[in-house]
Design a protein around this ligand. Structure first.
Ligand code: UD1
Length: 420
């Protein structure tokens, strides 16, 4: 198994190119199931989650190629509607095939993704919304067995909670349904917005894009003609590199970013004293002369993203004072705390609140990655720590960060991928 070895306490400098967003690429790949034409998707990050979804589409019978960050997917040959456990267990986002498969074929069998390190992560809201659209759903032997014998019907759906993949699933299902679906309390994440825009370009009729109320006129089963797509930049990868610069108090520039999507992250960094210049497609960060502590509450977009919580926790260990981090979305998203403690951090946990006492001198250690973003927090801590850190189980990082060690090396970090 691979691990990363990082020699810390080095300044970073230079420019890093941000990849396409994993969380945008996944629903875009799933929505190819709604297209009668082959779809070419550009700027796809070369990460494990993308490969897992491509493998799932191929298992369903689709033809696909993936080279140089460009995937071409043709789903017209799909002849299976079963997303099996072996693939779904590798990646929860496989559930994104549920809505499109059911809408297109009138039935499907998708393995339940189960819990994961950051919490239970139920899919009850996805299922309830599909039932409101007329689906008959049973859970049997760990699978969601969904049927819509008379096709899905438009419905008025109010999500009890804002759910990103839930919104995406139901939007995709509503595209092929009979009649009009209205969705309230829909996620407004840029990845959801891009999905809607792409679907409309392919012939869908979605009104209200970017708001939390959507009206979708279903096509009654007529498939879309999706065009070439370019995935938006990854705001979480970008935020992670901003934190890498911040924790080492360095001056770096990010290219191929959408600054607009990073407002909440940039606002916290600015409060901490970092000097940030945002242009439309690039961001420069310069050191802070006095790293101030912050309070963070994770909420849905456009608020502070839960996917940046772990990275900011690592950063707060270097702030001059006490920071408070309130995790509102996932009940167990503090797996990185015990590993950060092993590196010398001073963090107290009480329910969903972490209090980080800074500044602390971090030292290199052997640490274990537990989930995707928790792992990136360990990388950040390692960049600031004195001595060598070895981060084990980095398959978590490989799920969502393209060429992490290559990009950090280009910025001057001392980082190596080695085998146990
Ligand atoms: C997506 C992102 C993930 C991010 C998360 C929150 C992808 C592939 N993943 O995950 O990186 O951390 O949004 O921004 O885009 N919930 C329910 N019932 C449901 C669905 C969700 O109770 O049926 C709860 C969840 O447990 C959680 C909250 O709603 O507490 C938000 O989860 P959700 O937005 O669905 O997260 P994902 O879409 O899985």
């Amino acid at each position: 198994m691979d691990y990363l070895e990082i020699e810390g306490s080095k300044k970073l400098n230079g420019t890093v190119i941000i990849s396409g967003a994993k969380n945008a690429a996944l629903p875009l790949l799933a929505c190819t199931l709604l297209s009668k034409t082959p779809v070419c998707i550009n700027n796809i990050p070369n990460v494990a989650d993308v490969k897992t979804l491509l493998q799932l589409l191929e298992n369903l019978g689709a033809k696909q190629t993936f080279e140089s960050n460009r995937a071409v997917v043709n789903t017209i040959s799909v002849n299976s509607t079963c997303a099996n456990y072996d693939i779904v267990r590798k990646m929860r986002a496989s559930i994104l095939t549920l809505g499109p498969l059911l809408a297109r074929f009138g039935h499907c069998e998708v393995s339940l993704p189960g819990g994961c390190a950051i919490g239970q992560r139920p899919i009850d809201l996805h299922l309830r919304a599909l039932e409101q659209m007329g689906a008959i759903i049973e859970i049997k032997q760990g699978y969601v067995i969904a049927k819509a014998p008379k096709s899905l019907e438009g419905a008025n759906i109010i999500f009890d909670k804002i759910t990103v993949t839930g919104s995406e699933n139901i939007i995709m299902a509503a595209i092929l349904a009979n009649g009009v679906t209205t969705l309230s309390n829909v996620a407004k994440e840029p990845e959801v917005v891009q999905l809607c825009e792409v679907l409309n370009e392919g012939g869908a009729k979605i009104k209200g894009i970017g708001s939390d109320e959507l009206e979708i006129e279903g096509s009654g089963g007529e498939l879309l003609k999706l065009d070439d797509i370019t995935v938006i930049p990854d705001r979480i990868e970008a935020g992670t590199y901003l934190c890498a610069a911040a924790i080492t108090n360095s001056d770096i520039t990010l290219k191929n970013v959408t600054s607009e999507h990073l407002k909440a992250v940039v606002s916290k960094l600015t409060y901490m004293g970092y000097v940030i210049e945002r242009n439309e497609n690039s961001i420069n960060i310069k050191p802070s002369s006095n790293i101030l502590p912050i309070d963070i509450k994770t909420v849905e977009y456009p608020g502070f993203p839960t996917d940046m919580q772990a990275q900011f926790m690592a950063l707060c260990t270097q702030a001059n004072g006490t920071s408070v981090i309130d995790e509102r979305l996932f009940e167990n998203r503090f797996m990185h705390v015990s590993e950060l403690l092993r590196m010398g951090a001073d963090i107290k946990l009480s329910s969903h609140i972490a209090t980080v006492y800074g500044p602390t001198k971090l030292t290199g250690a052997d640490v274990m990655a537990t989930d995707l973003r928790a792992s990136s927090a360990l990388v950040l801590a390692a960049l600031a720590a004195k001595g060598k850190t070895r981060i084990h189980r980095i398959y978590h990082l490989d799920r969502g960060y393209e060429d992490l060690e290559g990009k950090l090396s280009m910025l001057g970090a001392s980082i190596k991928r080695l085998s146990e």
